[in-house]
Design a protein around this ligand. Structure first.
Ligand SMILES: Cc1cc2nc3c(=O)[nH]c(=O)nc-3n(C[C@H](O)[C@H](O)[C@H](O)COP(=O)(O)OP(=O)(O)OC[C@H]3O[C@@H](n4cnc5c(N)ncnc54)[C@H](O)[C@@H]3O)c2cc1C
Length: 386
C-alpha cells in the first residue's frame, strides 16, 4: 500500500523541553485539536516517553507524518475483532513456571499449593521490579484474564469493581457515576499504564503512595478477599497493617473492591506531584463530604504519602463533623489535618512540605466548593490532554 503522508501544521510552542510528556502535556497543541493526529495517530501511545534532546514537537510531528497502516495489517485486523476467549497458559522452565489460568478456581488451587507464588495482574508495578530491581519471581500466577475478577456490577447499595478490571475499563464504566473515581483516574499514570493497571494491583502493592487507596478510603470501600478456604470482606481502612504490609494472607487474592452507595455528594482528589502527569504522588488527599443546612453532616478524608500506609485523617474528620462549613472551621481543621500521619523527608518532598500540602488541600477543597456554589460534583469529562 502506498503510505499516505501528511504534512503536519507546525506550531511554535516556545517550550519544547518542558518537563512533561510527548502526549501533549508540554502544551503542544495537536493539529487536530485533540490527542489524535491527522493520520489517526493517538499521542497517548507515546505517553511516558521523556525526551531531553529534540523536544517533544519533532517526535509528535514524526508520528503524525507516518502513513496509516494497511487495512489488511494483522494488528489492524486483530484490533477490529473481539479478544479471544481466555485460555489457560502454562509455561514451565527449570527455574520456575508461569500460569495464566482461565478460572478463579484454578488460580486459587494453585495459590493454595504454592503460597510463594507471585500474583501478577497488569504487571505495571511488577514489571518495574523486574526492570529496575532485577526481581525474578520463581513462580508467577497471572490473574488478568479471570472473568470473576473483571466484572463491574451495580446494585442499589454498592458498585463492585473486579480487582483485575483495568483502570481504563473502570474509567469507561464507573467514572460517569462515581465523581471521585472520575477525578482520580485521569491523574493516575498515563493511558498506556491505565490500559493494563488494576485496582487489585494498586492495593496489592500496599504502597503508601498508591493513588487508589486515598480515594477508596474516602469512599469507605471494602475488599472482597478470596482463597481456596472461602471468602471474607475487609474494610479498606483495616487492610493496611504496616509499610507494604496488609492483612491478605499468601493464599488470598483480592477479588473485588466494593464502594457503598449512595455516595457522598461533595468529593475531590488532590494529587501533589512533581510532574502533572505520569508521576507518583508526593501527597494525595481525597475527600467525600455531605453538607446539610450549611453543616458538615459526614466526612471522610483519605491520605497517601504521609505515613507508612495510606490512612484516614480521623482527627481532621472529627474537627469537621457536625461543624458549620465556614472558612473558620476549615482553618481549624486544616491545622489538625497538617498534623495527621508521620510524613518523612525523601527525594520527592520534605516532611514539612507534605504536612503543609495537607493543610493547603483542605483550603483548596473549600475554595472549590465555593466555586461550585454548593452544587454536587459533576463527573469530569474524559481527559484528552491536548
Ligand atoms: C509509568 C508508571 C506510572 C505509574 N503511575 C502511577 C500513578 O500515577 N499512581 C499510582 O498509584 N501508581 C502508579 N504506577 C504504579 C502501578 O501502575 C499501579 O500500582 C498499578 O495499579 C498496579 O496494577 P497492576 O495490575 O499493574 O499490578 P501488578 O504489577 O500486576 O501487581 C502489583 C502487586 O499487586 C499484587 N496483586 C495484583 N493483583 C492482585 C490481586 N487481585 N490480589 C492480590 N494481589 C494482587 C501483585 O502480586 C504485586 O505484588 C505507575 C507505574 C508506572 C510503570
Amino acid at each position: 500500500m502506498a503510505a499516505e503522508f501528511y504534512r503536519p501544521e507546525r506550531r511554535a510552542t516556545g517550550d519544547d523541553d518542558a518537563d512533561e510528556g510527548v502526549d501533549g502535556s508540554s502544551g503542544v497543541s495537536a493539529p487536530c485539536g485533540d490527542s489524535h493526529g491527522p493520520n489517526g495517530f493517538d499521542l497517548h501511545a507515546l505517553s511516558g516517553n521523556l525526551c531531553r534532546c529534540t523536544g517533544y514537537r519533532p517526535i509528535r510531528d514524526a508520528a503524525y507524518a507516518l502513513g496509516r497502516p494497511h487495512p489488511e495489517d494483522p494488528l489492524v485486523r486483530r484490533c477490529a475483532s473481539a479478544a479471544p476467549a481466555a485460555a489457560t497458559t502454562s509455561v514451565a522452565a527449570e527455574d520456575g513456571w508461569f500460569l495464566r489460568p482461565a478460572t478463579l478456581a484454578e488460580a486459587l488451587d494453585r495459590l493454595a499449593q504454592d503460597p510463594e507464588t507471585v500474583v501478577i495482574a497488569g504487571a505495571t508495578d511488577l514489571g518495574v521490579g523486574r526492570n529496575i530491581r532485577h526481581a525474578r519471581p520463581r513462580s508467577l500466577l497471572a490473574i488478568d484474564h479471570l472473568p470473576e475478577l473483571q466484572a463491574i456490577t451495580w446494585a442499589d447499595d454498592a458498585v463492585e469493581i473486579g480487582a483485575a478490571a483495568t483502570l481504563s475499563e473502570i474509567e469507561r464504566t464507573v467514572s460517569g457515576r462515581v465523581p471521585l473515581v472520575a477525578q482520580l483516574l485521569p491523574q493516575f499514570a498515563s493511558r498506556l499504564i491505565r490500559n493494563s493497571a488494576t485496582l487489585g494491583g494498586n492495593l496489592g502493592t500496599a504502597s503508601p503512595i498508591g493513588d487508589a487507596a486515598p480515594a477508596l478510603l474516602a469512599l469507605d470501600a471494602e475488599l472482597d478477599l478470596v482463597s481456596a478456604d472461602g471468602r471474607r470482606t475487609v474494610p479498606l481502612k483495616d487492610f493496611f497493617t504496616g509499610y507494604r504490609q496488609t492483612v491478605r494472607t499468601a493464599g488470598e487474592l483480592i477479588r473485588a473492591v466494593r464502594i457503598p452507595l449512595p455516595l457522598q455528594p461533595h468529593t475531590a482528589f488532590h494529587k501533589i506531584a512533581k510532574r502533572r502527569f505520569d508521576d507518583i504522588s508526593s501527597v494525595a488527599v481525597a475527600y467525600a463530604v455531605t453538607l446539610r443546612d450549611g453543616h458538615v453532616d459526614d466526612v471522610r478524608i483519605g491520605l497517601g504519602g504521609v505515613a507508612a500506609t495510606p490512612l484516614r485523617a480521623l482527627a481532621a474528620e472529627d474537627a469537621l463533623r457536625g461543624r458549620e462549613w465556614t472558612p473558620a472551621t476549615v482553618d481549624e481543621a486544616a491545622s489538625v489535618l497538617r498534623a495527621e500521619g508521620t510524613p518523612m523527608d525523601d527525594l520527592r518532598a520534605s516532611a514539612d512540605y507534605r504536612a503543609e500540602m495537607l493543610a493547603q488541600s483542605l483550603h483548596r477543597f473549600l475554595a472549590e466548593r465555593e466555586d461550585r456554589e454548593d452544587r454536587p460534583e459533576e463527573p469530569v469529562k474524559e481527559e484528552t490532554r491536548p
